[in-house]
Design a protein around this ligand. Structure first.
Ligand SMILES: CC(C)(COP(=O)(O)OP(=O)(O)OC[C@H]1O[C@@H](n2cnc3c(N)ncnc32)[C@H](O)[C@@H]1OP(=O)(O)O)[C@@H](O)C(=O)NCCC(=O)NCCS
Length: 183
C-alpha cells in the first residue's frame, strides 16, 4: 500500500492576540525558525525593540476544537501619533503555507485590528516573493528598499477596502481546507 508522506495539517484555526506564555513562546519559536534558520535574515535571534510595544498575533492550529500549536504569526505596532502603523514578522509554518489561507487571515486580522485602534495608514516592508499575495489583498507598492541586504518593497494597505473594515475582535475561529493534506 502506498501511504502518502504528507504531514498532518489541522483543519481548524484560531487567529488571536497573544495573551499567554505558550502563545508568545510559540510565536517567537516560529519567527526564529523562519527568519533565522530558514531564511537566515537574522543571526540566531530576530527579536528587537519593537517587540516591547507591538501587538503580537498568533494563528493556532486546533485539534478537536482545542488549541494545539502556533503555526503562524505577525506583529503590529503604532509608529507615531499620526495614525501610522506597521506590520512585521509575518510567518507561517512551512507545512501550512498555501494550505489554509493563514497568511491571508493574519494580514487581514493585523490591518483591521490596527484600523480599529486608530490607524490611518498601514505599511509593511514586504519580501519580493510575496508581492503578489499582498497585491491580491489590496496593498500597493510604494518603493523598493533593502532590509538586511535583501530586496523588499515598502507597501501600503488600502484601508478603504471592505476586508480591512475596523474590527476589534481579539479572537477569530475559522476552518480552512487542508489542500496539502489532500494532495
Ligand atoms: C508569506 C507567507 C506568510 C504566506 O503565508 P500562507 O499561509 O502561505 O499564505 P496564504 O495561504 O494566505 O496564501 C498563499 C498562497 O496559497 C494559496 N492558498 C492558500 N490556501 C489555499 C487552499 N486551501 N487551496 C488553494 N490555494 C490556497 C493562496 O491563494 C496564495 O496563492 P498565491 O501565492 O498564488 O497568491 C508564508 O509563505 C511564509 O511564512 N513565508 C516565509 C516567511 C516570509 O516570507 N514572511 C513574509 C515576509 S514579507
Amino acid at each position: 500500500m502506498n501511504i502518502p508522506s504528507t504531514p498532518f495539517i489541522a483543519g481548524e484555526y484560531i487567529v488571536k492576540h497573544v495573551e499567554n506564555r505558550w502563545e508568545q513562546r510559540g510565536c517567537l519559536d516560529l519567527r526564529r525558525a523562519v527568519f533565522c534558520a530558514e531564511q537566515q535574515v537574522f543571526d540566531g535571534d530576530d527579536r528587537d525593540a519593537i517587540d516591547e510595544q507591538a501587538i503580537s498575533i498568533a494563528a493556532i492550529a486546533c485539534v478537536a476544537g482545542i488549541a494545539e500549536d502556533v503555526v503562524g504569526t505577525v506583529r503590529i505596532h503604532r509608529v507615531d501619533d499620526t495614525g501610522l502603523w506597521q506590520g512585521s514578522r509575518l510567518a507561517v509554518h512551512p507545512h501550512y503555507r498555501g494550505a489554509a489561507w493563514l497568511g491571508t487571515q493574519l494580514i487581514v486580522h493585523a490591518v483591521s485590528t490596527a484600523h480599529a485602534l486608530g490607524c490611518t495608514r498601514f505599511l509593511a516592508t514586504v519580501q519580493v516573493q510575496n508581492l503578489r499575495l499582498f497585491e491580491k489583498l489590496a496593498w500597493r507598492q510604494l518603493r523598493a528598499l533593502s532590509v538586511q541586504g535583501r530586496p523588499h518593497v515598502l507597501m501600503e494597505a488600502d484601508l478603504s477596502a471592505a476586508l480591512y473594515a475596523p474590527r476589534l475582535e481579539t479572537e477569530l475561529r475559522f476552518y480552512g481546507s487542508a489542500r496539502k493534506a489532500a494532495a
